[in-house]
Design a binder for this molecule. Structure first.
Ligand code: TEU
Ligand code: CA
Length: 589
């Protein structure tokens, strides 16, 4: 039985079903829907005790707000004891809670309070690697052969020569030398994150025990970090920049391991929901992971569409976004997954990405229009929904002359660029636009100090031994939830209505999708159809007017981010205003 969420918020006054500009009533057969997710980066979301770091109690205080968005799940990024090297993704003890976030009672209260509102807490399982401070890795360092076989310890090829040229995602070699053992260990990410050897049944047993522990606390929804890396081929094979990914991406036993993993997770008869984060999967494998008949994952995040502004595929060499390529990738993945009735969660924002309104929109002149247009197309396409904190109020990238970098990926990239000959200023400038730090500043609640995130003086705030205190974007004075909700043009109110519309209409949940104008670099356009109902979603991706040749005379406006256009009837040559999203509906009954 596939876990689907039916506990959708049904406060009908909060979506377009029956209170839209043209009184359109969409069909809602209340068929099962995939969970729609609100991602909380815990340390930056809400600080309840004035230490300048977000915590569980802070999330609990905001549950009514999160519920009002119309989501069913809250994904909490890692809150376990960590070594502080990678935003919590370097876990020392999987069954622990870092005291910075609160204690077990605070966690159980959050789970209970969320459940009482029909919200699932989804936790992050980081099973590809573990912190080198983890007890098992420490045993390996002390020469315990059994423990070493839970990781990838290999002899080098000579003095200061790693086993091969595998590179870390965060720059440099993926091999770290241990002098005492005269061996290297593999780390596809930071050197503090040692890759686990899933070929070893002891590793699978250990991780199964972790899942059982969190299930015993009532957690049944999980996000699986870079889960398509867990099966490796021969990690010492000769590699180069062309073939190195094949060593660890969609590896030889990946589907076997995921099937076994899911089976063991459900031995207690309690259903689960697994969303896998997939890093550079092939399309074929990505679909295979989420094909329900394979009983592996229930959904997956894929990100190929978020590399179309990388110059020569390099993250910190930014080019203008190739909209045609981006639309093509989105269409390819959504079309393929619709054939198996699987769920992809395509996002434009998360804790690893810069802010979409700055990256893909016009965050100066048309911030409301850009944010609502991006959110509308993400929510209304044939896509399971995951919204990242702050995306629903159009939070922007930060100016790193005012906010320091703290992310390991960004700091390593700056060093690497300087070693390539760029000046420090050039390197900082190059890293700033795509830095993950753009999405890790504190949520901007209102215009009080620290943007209402917490009651403290930033001068007094200290990092803890494993959690770095987040900074606040100085533009919180004007960009914050309170100001947004007081505005006639509210990104959060529109985003909430769109999520409700998605979850309460057959058309946007199940409708076929056809891409239109695929060769336009100014327009995103797609049609959804289900039974006699039909919708066309049009997004002007530019900050100028855009006139189309498209006969819209039979359609009515269901939603647009230009209030003055809500009652318009469009003819054969409609003109879209700058960054306008237009959702048109007709029923062929
Ligand atoms: O991300 C995996 C991943 O692919 C990203 O690190 C991506 O490579 C990069 O951020 C984009 O350039 C997951 C987590 O989401 C990320 O926060 C962790 O740093 C990483 O795994 C290691 O656990
Ligand atoms: Ca706190």
């Amino acid at each position: 039985m596939r876990e689907v969420s039916n506990n959708l918020s049904d406060n009908t006054d909060n979506h377009f079903l029956n209170n839209n500009p043209n009184n359109i009533v969409l069909k809602d057969s209340k068929l099962p829907k995939p969970p729609s997710v609100y991602q909380v980066y815990v340390r930056s979301f809400k600080d309840s005790n004035g230490d300048g770091i977000g915590d569980f109690e802070g999330v609990t205080q905001k549950l009514d707000y999160i519920k009002s968005l119309g989501v069913t799940d809250i994904w909490l990024t890692p809150f376990y004891k960590s070594s502080g090297a990678d935003g919590g993704y370097d876990i020392v003890d999987y069954k622990s809670i870092d005291p910075t976030y609160g204690d077990k009672e605070a966690f159980e209260k959050l789970v209970r309070e969320a459940k009482s509102r029909g919200l699932n807490i989804m936790i992050d399982l980081v099973f590809n690697h573990v912190s080198i401070q983890n007890e098992l890795f420490q045993r390996a360092l002390n020469g315990d052969k059994e423990a070493q076989d839970c990781f990838f310890f290999r002899k080098g090829k000579g003095i200061n020569t790693p086993p091969n040229a595998l590179r870390s995602k965060f720059g440099g070699s993926a091999w770290q030398y241990v002098k005492e053992l005269d061996m290297y260990y593999l780390h596809l990410f930071a050197k503090e994150q040692a890759d686990l050897n899933w070929d070893n049944p002891k590793v699978q047993d250990m991780l199964q025990d972790v899942v059982n522990y969190w299930k015993s606390l009532g957690i049944t929804h999980f996000r699986l970090d870079v889960i398509n890396f867990i099966s490796k081929g021969d990690v010492t094979v000769e590699v180069n920049s062309e073939n190195e990914r094949s060593v660890y991406t969609d590896g030889p036993n990946i589907h076997k391991y995921l099937k076994e993993f899911r089976k063991r997770c459900t031995q207690d008869g309690v259903p689960i929901y697994l969303i896998g984060e997939l890093a550079s999967p092939s399309l074929e494998n990505a679909v295979k992971y989420v094909d329900p008949k394979n009983e592996e994952l229930d959904g997956a995040f894929v990100f190929h569409h978020l590399k179309t502004d990388y110059k020569d595929g390099k993250k910190f060499h930014v080019k203008e976004n190739n909209i045609i390529c981006q639309k093509g990738i989105i269409n390819k993945f959504l079309s393929a997954v619709s054939k198996v009735a699987g769920n992809f969660y395509l996002v434009f924002d998360n804790h690893d990405q810069p802010r979409s309104v700055s990256r893909f929109g016009d965050d100066k002149k048309y911030r409301y229009e850009s944010a609502t247009a991006i959110n509308a197309k993400q929510i209304l396409m044939r896509n399971a929904v995951s919204i990242y904190q702050g995306q629903e109020i159009g939070m922007t990238n930060v100016d790193f002359s005012k906010v320091p970098f703290d992310d390991v990926e960004s700091k390593n990239a700056i060093k690497a660029l300087i070693s390539e000959g760029y000046s420090e200023d050039e390197a900082r400038e190059m890293v700033s636009f795509h830095s993950r730090d753009n999405s890790r500043t504190t949520f901007q609640w209102d215009n009080s100090s620290n943007g209402g995130f917490g009651d403290y003086d930033p001068k007094d705030v200290k990092d803890t031994q494993s959690v770095i205190a987040p900074k606040t974007n100085p533009n919180y004075l004007t960009i914050n939830l309170k100001a947004d909700q007081a505005s006639e043009k509210s990104i959060s109110r529109d985003t909430s209505k769109l999520i409700h519309l998605k979850n309460h209409s057959d058309l946007f949940s199940y409708g076929e999708q056809e891409i239109l104008y695929s060769d336009s670099n100014k327009l995103t356009a797609f049609k959804r159809s289900y039974g006699s109902e039909e919708a066309i979603v049009l997004v002007n991706e530019t900050s100028e007017d855009l006139t189309l040749k498209l006969d819209l005379s039979e359609y009515k406006v269901l939603y647009t981010n230009y209030k003055e256009s809500e009652q318009m009837t469009y003819g054969k040559k409609p003109t879209l205003k700058p960054r306008q999203v237009l959702v048109l509906y007709k029923n062929n009954e």
